[in-house]
Ligand binder design. Sequence first.
Ligand SMILES: *[C@@H]1O[C@H](CO)[C@@H](O)[C@H](O)[C@H]1NC(C)=O
Ligand SMILES: *[C@@H]1O[C@H](CO)[C@@H](O)[C@H](O)[C@H]1NC(C)=O
Ligand SMILES: *[C@@H]1O[C@H](CO)[C@@H](O)[C@H](O)[C@H]1NC(C)=O
Ligand SMILES: *[C@@H]1O[C@H](CO)[C@@H](O)[C@H](O)[C@H]1NC(C)=O
Ligand SMILES: *[C@@H]1O[C@H](CO)[C@@H](O)[C@H](O)[C@H]1NC(C)=O
Ligand SMILES: *[C@@H]1O[C@H](CO)[C@@H](O)[C@H](O)[C@H]1NC(C)=O
Ligand SMILES: *[C@@H]1O[C@H](CO)[C@@H](O)[C@H](O)[C@H]1NC(C)=O
Ligand SMILES: *[C@@H]1O[C@H](CO)[C@@H](O)[C@H](O)[C@H]1NC(C)=O
Length: 663
Amino acid sequence: MELAALTVFLLIPSLTTADLYLHIPRGSNNRLNEKSAARTNAQRLFDSQNNNRGGYNVGDKTDASASEENDQYHMTYFQSGPWQKYNNGSGKTFLNIEWTNQHGCGADKGSDKQKQNCVLVLQYMCQDDIPRSSGLSDTLGNGVKTKSQGYTAPPSLTQSKDQYLRRRAGDFDNDLGLHEPWEWYDKCYLRERNKGLFTADQKLKKNSWKYSGAIYTRQNPNGKKYGYECPEERDYFPYWHPTPWRDIVVMSENSSMCSHYQTKSFNVQPYSECVEFYSDKTTRKHYSKWNNKVDCEKAEGQWTTFHSYLEKATSYTEEKDCLKNKGDGLKYIWELPYDAEDLQKKECLIQLDKPHCVESPWSRSNHLGNGRDGLPLDYKWLLPYFPSGAEKRCVFRMRYNVSTDDYDPYNTDSRHNQNATSQVISPVQQDPYVTIGTRGALQLAINTDQTGRIFQDRSHVFKLLSRPQHLKHENIHNLNVRGKRGNIVQVYPAVEYDFAPNNLTVKEGELIHIQWTGSNSHQNGKPAGDGQSGSDGQGKAGTDRNNLVQINDLNTNFPTPYKNTSMWKGVEVKWFHNSDLTLSEQDLAISMSTAGYYSCLEGNCEDSVKNGRSVVNQLLDNAPASYGGAVLKFKLGTYHYMCTRNNNFTNRSQKGTICIKKK
Ligand SMILES: *[C@@H]1O[C@H](CO)[C@@H](O)[C@H](O)[C@H]1NC(C)=O
Ligand SMILES: *[C@@H]1O[C@H](CO)[C@@H](O)[C@H](O)[C@H]1NC(C)=O
Ligand SMILES: *[C@@H]1O[C@H](CO)[C@@H](O)[C@H](O)[C@H]1NC(C)=O
Ligand SMILES: *[C@@H]1O[C@H](CO)[C@@H](O)[C@H](O)[C@H]1NC(C)=O
Ligand SMILES: *[C@@H]1O[C@H](CO)[C@@H](O)[C@H](O)[C@H]1NC(C)=O
Ligand SMILES: *[C@@H]1O[C@H](CO)[C@@H](O)[C@H](O)[C@H]1NC(C)=O
Ligand SMILES: *[C@@H]1O[C@H](CO)[C@@H](O)[C@H](O)[C@H]1NC(C)=O
Ligand SMILES: *[C@@H]1O[C@H](CO)[C@@H](O)[C@H](O)[C@H]1NC(C)=O
């Protein structure tokens, strides 16, 4: 095939289509609490490149929509216990991530030939759970309004620290969501972009100092701002400067790529950036124009190597104490943390493990749904163990990287960028005409900013609790609810309600943490974007509610009477979200069936009852939208269960199975 002569550039605003949606944990796709079916602000926190309709609203603690962050529900998982110390197969917490990706992924399998290259990158970011107070803060937050945090570029490249702090204070709004800190974006805005990258025939803009910063990329040539995400870091992985993200797993189409990802991940490979100083010559700036050693040193900056870490081990203040073997199976390093203020001050850091690397689960193109055997695309995340025992506030991030072999994805760089002067023709052209030796030219649909493209979704803020002593050595599996209110066309590209994982098999003695979250603002109203508005479903319009009652058989739709249940008989409640209560088996069954509205058969045993609402609504309308749940040890057996409100035969099935197998 020969490419026809280059024709006019058709710069059509790119329409986004359905692409990567997280279901467990609930992906926001930049939604917050809007009642409309289409998200209000596609630039709220990150660049998803997804359809405006995807995503889940932030959870509410009660039956009312949260007006402040404290009334939002943060999913709360237990951290792993100190399993590395014993490494005997117990003390781990698992969260089964579920998502859908539209364009297919995975390696060729037999006759299933892939039609694109695909890599999935799963990451998280955590910090100590310091409540979000007013004023300046780097605290991860969902916010309560859908606007994005602001950004004001500096008037000049040389500014005092006071000027920078004033700029930041002027931009930051405590009511708005925050993932990456303000400085992260400022740094990205001011640093020169990596000029070695392939930009095809895209024209990347420049800033007011006439250079192109790292906010301009092939996929984002106009430097649009999305929260405080750095576009260059977003588009490339492994990134070559320090980042606040920790890598969980890379799912590559070919395991032969794993050693590349595992050695270049910032988890284990330190990266450098240019550090310059304020006029006192000692206080470091958080930003620099220079992205390489030579330019940095020419400008009298210090090209400095930084390390990522799981946590700082602040109790070790001397190198020798830090590096001593502590017998806990963790690796300690004495290095400069990526967020160091003082370059002279190395600290004791707990090193992250290299990311896990597996072949991506197979899914077909043009199908936003399940993978093999009708099972959801998933990954069992082993949650981290934080030795400090601190409670953590975190965000989960997933990227879906789709590329083609129209050009070699790994060996095409700036030398192949379109350049009329040097007569370089980019291997891909915007919507080119081609002739194939038949009559007339034909046009191909190619967006060069999207040929090689990343989609993304992120969770709302969640918490990781340190384990109480009696849970330190147990394995905990999380059991949650996915989906949102509405029928199939109303929820799409999100999914209808289901339990997740809806068939959970664990070994005898292992624990199950049952918990769910929902919102009271899923009205799914207008504007509906390119889908249908409306939120069909039982109970009060716009509300998510769930509960869990046993059924005898998956093929039936009537709950088992309590006196007949096998599921709750002999169950041990190892932890309950309301620590003031001690629950009997029956109390637990009541709590699960009323979504936490009651936790006992008689009397005032839960907060909801206090407000004079003594009777639970049959459709759970007055019960909380989210349920902090319980950590349970079931006895051997197989148990089926359903949700009484949402299960609606021939319209929606919300049922699941727990199987406790002999060790
Ligand atoms: C692993 O070791 C811990 C600590 O000694 C112990 O409490 C736990 O029961 C062990 N688990 C297994 C499966 O042996
Ligand atoms: C996506 O894949 C391309 C290769 O096609 C690679 O250069 C880039 O770094 C990847 N980006 C991410 C975020 O995975
Ligand atoms: C993975 O890559 C290697 C080396 O390029 C190749 O030999 C192998 O066939 C690939 N495997 C798959 C499943 O594509
Ligand atoms: C295009 O090529 C010319 C000649 O080699 C070079 O001077 C110029 O910098 C190139 N333009 C870009 C945008 O790289
Ligand atoms: C659940 O998974 C197990 C394997 O772990 C399988 O044997 C069983 O048939 C599945 N049950 C359902 C209801 O899908
Ligand atoms: C079951 O679902 C259908 C379709 O959403 C709805 O029309 C019907 O009212 C539901 N049943 C009940 C009892 O709410
Ligand atoms: C409950 O148990 C009783 C006595 O064992 C039995 O007769 C009845 O059919 C059971 N009911 C259900 C719904 O399982
Ligand atoms: C399921 O929904 C259809 C409308 O889509 C309705 O006719 C039917 O009655 C519903 N079934 C139940 C059990 O409500």
